[in-house]
Design a protein around this ligand. Structure first.
Ligand code: NAD
Length: 363
């Protein structure tokens, strides 16, 4: 099959949908891979590495889309790409179509098969193509939190690990899922004191068993969240209620009672945020001040580390990519219920009820 990987056009998107490892794997299986010139630049993967893996570098995106039977992307097509989609082509990428009427209409008009990373779902309900981005955001949250705690950033002036003879920094992680436990692991690695809160006590049992006293687990409720926040130098919000806006767990009054110069990182900002005063911020201007605390609320944290994010994402997409290339769209989704959940459109007909409902389309 002819697999095409264009350069991402969305503003500030530096990831790319394949690595040289993916190229080698596809070529080894007898497929041809076309990569647009410069597609890997933002992730520090030069054309030469793709070429060495067996890819053909294509100068013009129009030519690539014109030839490719399977197009791999990171983000949904932007308007400049709409005219490039062709009937019968398969597109595999993050789509988030329920929130994007223009892109949905373009996919319908083009008559393509569209598979969305974010709706690929394993039988246990987990979302394997979202997990790596939660891992990245979770690990980054402690790194950015530690930086914000520096005095010249407006923070309390606390070194998370302390030094011999001084107390370590105090880190509270609310939500012990993928992002939260990656945050906790990094905070422990920096030798901070760590408390993890979750409403799911079974989850806390597993964590307690794994960490054996190196961190404290606490059942999450308003009383415990308040107590933990007053104790903390750094609070990381990493909760998720599937399909719902994030619950508000820290209100303005509680922030007013927290330690001067404390830092709150709201990873859940992409779901509305779990602190009442959170507002989406950008990598260019990532923080806002609330009372005497500093909030960090960047909605696309993995965008700051595109090299790592590209490798993390493509590690998990590649098995699905090889299935689509080896078997073709129909058989690949027929054979794998997880991939079938990712299908958003078949030959231009929207098949996800939520997307169809959001845009008044039949399905
Ligand atoms: P997850 O489902 O793995 O974990 C969420 C956890 O929150 C679960 O353990 C759940 O029990 C817990 N929870 C729910 N309500 C709670 C409450 N009231 N108190 C305490 N815990 C509660 O989810 P995840 O993959 O770790 O994602 C966490 C959040 O990070 C999501 O909102 C996700 O969209 C977001 N995220 C943000 C970025 C970013 O760049 N900002 C990147 C990736 C993911």
């Amino acid at each position: 099959m002819l697999v095409g990987v264009p350069r991402e056009l969305k503003n500030h998107e530096y990831r790319v949908a394949i690595t040289p490892a993916g190229v080698v794997e596809l070529v080894r299986r007898g497929h041809q891979v076309l990569v647009e010139a410069g597609a890997g630049d933002g992730s520090a993967i030069p054309d030469a590495e793709f070429r060495a893996g067996g890819a053909r570098i294509v100068a013009q995106a129009d030519d690539l889309w014109g030839e490719a039977e399977l197009v791999l992307k990171v983000k949904e097509p932007v308007p400049d790409e709409f005219h490039r989609m062709r009937p019968g082509q398969t597109l595999f990428t993050y789509l988030h179509l329920a929130a994007n009427a223009d892109c949905t209409r373009a996919i319908v008009a083009a008559g393509i098969d569209a598979v969305a990373y974010e709706t690929v779902q394993l039988p246990d309900g987990s979302l394997p193509l979202l997990a790596p981005m939660s891992e990245v955001a979770g690990r980054m949250s402690v790194q950015v939190g530690a930086h914000c705690l520096e005095r010249n950033q407006g923070g309390r002036g606390v070194l998370l690990g302390g030094v011999p003879g001084t107390p370590a920094g105090k880190v509270v992680v609310i939500g012990a899922g993928v992002a939260g436990m990656n945050a906790a692991a990094i905070a422990l690695g920096m030798q901070a004191e760590v408390i993890v809160l979750d409403t799911n006590v079974n989850r806390l049992r597993q964590i307690d068993f794994t960490y054996r006293g190196h961190l404290q687990t606490v059942a999450s409720n308003a009383y415990e969240v308040e107590k933990a926040c007053r104790w903390a130098d750094l609070v990381i919000g990493a909760v998720l209620v599937p399909g719902a806006k994030a619950p508000t767990l820290v209100d303005n009054h509680l922030v007013s009672t927290m330690r001067t110069g404390s830092v709150l990182v709201d990873i859940a900002i992409d779901q509305g945020g779990c602190f009442a005063d959170s507002r989406p911020t950008t990598h260019d201007d990532p923080t806002l001040r609330v009372h005497d605390s500093l909030f960090y609320c960047v909605a696309n944290m993995p965008g700051a580390v595109p090299h790592t994010s590209t490798w993390a994402l493509t590690n998990v997409t590649l098995p699905y990519v090889t299935a689509l290339a080896d078997k073709g769209f129909r058989q690949a989704v027929g054979d794998d219920p997880a991939l079938a959940k990712g299908v958003n459109a078949v030959r231009g007909t929207v098949v996800q009820a939520e997307v169809a409902k959001a845009h008044g389309l039949p399905h």
